[in-house]
Structures are given as C-alpha cells and as structure tokens.
Design a protein around this ligand. Sequence first.
Ligand SMILES: Nc1ncnc2c1ncn2[C@@H]1O[C@H](COP(=O)(O)OP(=O)(O)OP(=O)(O)O)[C@@H](O)[C@H]1O
Ligand SMILES: [Mg+2]
Length: 427
Amino acid sequence: MVGQGKARKAAGMILKMVQEGRIAGRAILFAGPPSTGKTAIAMGMSQALGTDVPFTSIAASEVFSLSMSKTEALTQAFRRSIGVRIKEETEIIEGEVVEIQIDRSLTGATKTGKLTIKTTDMETIYDLGTKMIDALSKEKVLAGDVVLIDKASGRITKLGRSFARSRDYDAMGADTKFVQCPEGELQKRREVVHTVTLHEIDVINSRTQGFLALFAGDTGEIKPELRNQINAKVGEWREEGKAEIIPGVLFIDEVHMLDIECFSFLNRALENELSPLVVMASNRGMSRIRGTKIKSPHGLPVDLLDRVLIVSTKPYTEEDIEQIIQIRCQEEDVTLSPDALDVLTSMGKQTTLRYALNLISCAQVIATKRKAEQVSVDDLRRAYTYFMDEKRSVQWMEEQQGSLVFEEMDKPQLGVGANGTSHMEED
Ligand SMILES: Nc1ncnc2c1ncn2[C@@H]1O[C@H](COP(=O)(O)OP(=O)(O)OP(=O)(O)O)[C@@H](O)[C@H]1O
Ligand SMILES: [Mg+2]
C-alpha cells in the first residue's frame, strides 16, 4: 500500500490491540471521500491478522436479505467474528513400525493382524482390527515408517521414514522424508488446539444435517435460546480452561446503507460481553440516516458516532497516485510510456483513483489492438473518450435534461460528497 500514512498507522495500532485481545467491543469508522483506500486498508488488516483471528467482511446492504431478518443477519456476522480456541487432550501412539502382520480369514471377509511398533526405548505389539488394517493400507504404511496414530479416532498419519532405513533404496520415492525414530514412551498425551467461530458452533448445533449446513450456506435463522445455551457452554469451557475466546474483527463496508434499526442493534451489540472489534467504512458527509428524516455526519446516528473512533482518509497526492498506478501496472502486466503515466496520474488527480486504475486495462486493450507493446497517451485518450468518469457523466446528464427519464421531472437530486464531487443521494 502507498500513502494514507495516518490512517494506516491507526489501522496498525488497532491491529496490535486486536492481537493482544484488548479491543473487543469497540468500533472504528474509516471516513473519507470515495476511492481513498478505506476498503483497501480494511482488506490489508485482514491479511495482517493471520488465520487464527477471525475476520468477517460484509457490505451493509447484505443485511437486507429476504431469508432472514436484519438483526439475525447482523448477529450471525457478529458471531462469525468471534473465535473459540478449543484445547483438547488426545492420546496418541507415535513410533517406528517394525512389522505389520495381517492374517486374512479363509473367505477374506475379516482381517486380523498385529502391529509391532517401537521407539528408541521400547517396543510393543498391538492387535489390529479391520478398520485399522484398512487405514494402514490406505496410508501405504510399511515397516520402517514413522507413524502417528490418534487413539480416539484411529486416524493414522505418516510422519516419514526412519533414518535407520535410509539404505533401503527400493522402498522410497524422490519425495521421501526422513525422520528420527521417536524417543521415550510409545503412548503420549498431546494437546491439540482448533479454532472455530461461535457462528460455526451455532450452525452445527442448530440443524439436523449439522456441519453440512456450513458448506451449503443454508443456515437460516438460529433460535436465541440455542445461542444462549452455547454462550453458557462456552463460558463453562472457558472457566475450566478448555477454551479461550478470541475476539476478531467485523468489517462493515458502506455502513451508511444500514438503517436506524440496525444502528440501534449495533449500539447494543457492542456492549455485549462477546463482541468483536467492529470496523466500519463510509464515504458520506452529512447525509440522511436510512429510515429517518434526520441528517447526521457520515450517515450514522450521533449516539453510535459517540462510541466509535473515527479515522479519516484523505485524497491521495499526485506522487501517491503515480506510485499506485505503477504498482497496478506491474500487477496487470501493462507497460505505460512515461508520458502516459504522467497523463494518467493527472487524470487520477482530477477524477478519482479508481477511474484511473480502471482506465489501465481499457487502454491496454486499445494498445494491443494496434499491436503496440506500450500504452501511449493516445490509447489513454481513446479510453478516456469511451468511458466517462462520474463528473462527466453528471455533466452529460444535466445537458440531457428532458430527454432522460427522471423520477421527478425537475433537476436530479444531487448531494455533495465529502470531496466536493456530486453523488446521487438514495431516496
Ligand atoms: N494506499 C493504496 N495503495 C495501493 N492501492 C490503493 C491504495 N488506496 C486505494 N488503492 C486502490 O484504489 C482503489 C480504490 O480504493 P478502495 O476501494 O479502498 O476505496 P474506498 O475508500 O473503499 O472507496 P469507496 O468509498 O468508494 O468504497 C482500489 O482498487 C484499491 O486497490
Ligand atoms: Mg469501499
């Protein structure tokens, strides 16, 4: 990422607090003109968080779906952003296979067998049932392999071949990994940790088809009683030291599209004990709160604004725009001639960054058509005349008074956006 120093510093600080688990239940608002990198910064945050901390990203309009109520959609988004790290102790057998002996019955229907397995300190023989024999042959376990067997589930994992067998050339492929023969006891207790979200726990417990609903995405509404039960259970685990709550991040883009009922829900939900960090983004200045006639900064009610830390993003400087364009060209494998870069930079300054970035690939298509390797100023100019940016489109619309259909037959309602450009105000 380029430029936007203050907002990025703020995002970095927030991330640090999230990682230390100190910021749950708070809210941040990125406010600034369109295409100043609000969404981009939030996506950067999610990348930086890693896989263990849940990050959910929704657009505010997704909340208005037909299959569930607004508050249910928001609740699910909230619970998707809270992780539960569950610790489990399992018993495992880890050692080097000395011998596998399988006896088939005359009909071949049942199999019995013996597995001899050792560590550097001991050697034991285990009886094998049909299930274990199948698992061993599926994993293609041979004498000399170092394996890990989960006693509860019977799952077998091949860790590699023992160094002692490194001279059996015929028994290995090019990708054979050699490991030491394990030391100590054959049977060990091991702690395994998995992280799931509260929403996943909800879904698994709410449906007869259980976790399959997670893949189908067909979760429907979840009963509040069930959620209360799960909260209580998780609380219990937490007290027993079996589980740990990891508050993650919920990102709500275009947050001004939420209506007053959602905002009041947010107010309450932020005060809940199990609440993630809520990051919001809005490009509105003074605008109407959806569902009311009240005008308010960023389209958010003042009582919610009072609870959030506001980070503003500013329009990019010319140097930043140039650098961002260069990065984008590299990504898209496009070469711009030096003067084309200058022209595109000043276009980006006069219109928006997003428009300039969109022109890159359009101009590239035009350049390929005339079999040129570089995009020239002419290509850009052609693309510029083919595709209008927002300002020119508004201007053109005003010139077309009378021939376009407007809802009211007078001037189109234009609100003034935060950076002075015009925006159609939703009604
Ligand atoms: N600092 C940056 N470095 C690199 N690329 C950037 C940066 N800021 C924005 N961009 C790029 O500019 C484009 C617009 O940015 P983004 O979508 O984040 O704007 P936004 O602030 O969310 O706008 P809107 O309010 O319209 O949603 C994106 O393609 C993004 O990749
Ligand atoms: Mg955005």
